[in-house]
Design a protein around this ligand. Structure first.
Ligand SMILES: [Zn+2]
Length: 298
């Protein structure tokens, strides 16, 4: 049986005020891991953050981008995953490569926080920040939803590495706001019960069973409506032209000096690590374009 990967499923408990999401990533996750030599703990972190970005973008009510950005003064400096409303993801991690990394989530950071930025194509940006002071990223996200959206939320994030390759995935249950009391209440027996059932999901089941079977296995006494799935893909919008535009800010003499010393000016995309090389002829054309645009302006 083949299981569809790289997709996001949304579902609804018809008799409860609770909705859910389930995401499974394989090729999109592998594409991010292939872009750089990430150690296992960073691979896990990127996988969890990717799954989290999918779960979050699924809650968007607008066209635009969500950015999940971890910053800390610890061994892990910076991890970012950007996702769009149509589930196109890209991301990168930076850490202190001179040290051996610890094996637990919380030990990776010092004064760490997660900034979640919602950037609609039209309208105001919104940013929420939560401290990375819990034992898992999933718990930090639950905190985010409660603080920023006043919504009782349960999140599970998982990654797996075996002979079949790498997988990342996650699940989310969230109270549908009816009144502020029902969504914020820490005691909500319907929600607690569903959350308890969700906790019984094993990693193998998440990564090997189709969504219908997972939902049946977890919630067979519930009336669950499953919506059309959404495909998730790794996608970076970088290009040689964009890199060339950035180089217009460096003087022609400086660029030619780099070409003379190193053979080419090399730019790497921070998200997909695609390499763009510029030789002396490229440098001439970068600055020729520059002069042309200057002349138009004046
Ligand atoms: Zn790129």
């Amino acid at each position: 049986m083949t299981v569809e990967q790289d997709k996001l499923d949304r579902f609804l408990f018809e008799d409860r005020n609770v909705r859910g999401e389930l995401v499974k990533l394989r090729d999109s996750y592998k594409a991010i891991l292939d872009s750089y030599k990430y150690p296992p703990i960073i691979q896990d972190l990127l996988g969890e953050l990717m799954a989290a970005a999918c779960l979050l973008t699924a809650t968007l009510k607008f066209k635009g981008e969500v950015s999940l950005q971890i910053q800390s003064e610890g061994l892990v400096k910076y991890v970012v995953i950007n996702g769009t409303h149509d589930q196109k993801l890209r991301g990168v991690a930076r850490w202190n490569e001179q040290f051996k990394l610890p094996s637990t989530f919380s030990a990776l950071f010092s004064k760490g926080f997660l900034a979640i930025t919602l950037a609609p194509e039209e309208g105001e940006r919104y940013q929420g920040i939560v401290a990375l002071d819990k034992e898992t990223l999933a718990e930090c996200l639950e905190d985010y939803f409660l603080q920023s959206e006043q919504l009782l939320t349960k999140v599970s994030l998982k990654t797996q590495r075996n002979d079949d390759g790498v997988s990342a995935g996650g699940m989310l249950l969230q109270v549908i706001p009816e009144t502020s009391e029902t969504s914020q209440a820490h005691e909500n027996s319907d929600f607690d019960h569903l959350g308890y059932l969700m906790d019984t999901l094993k990693d193998d089941e998440l990564f090997s069973l189709p969504t219908e079977q997972i939902l049946h296995r977890l919630f067979h006494d519930e009336k669950v409506r499953l919506f059309e799935p959404q495909a998730v893909e790794f996608s970076c919008d970088c290009s040689k032209q964009r890199s060339a535009t950035a180089l217009q800010n460096v003087s022609k003499a400086d660029l030619l000096e780099i070409v003379a010393e190193e053979g080419a000016v090399v730019m790497n995309c921070q998200f997909c690590h695609q390499e763009y090389r510029f030789d002396a002829i490229d440098v001439e054309s970068i600055h020729a374009d520059n002069i042309a645009t200057d002349e138009v302006k004046h």
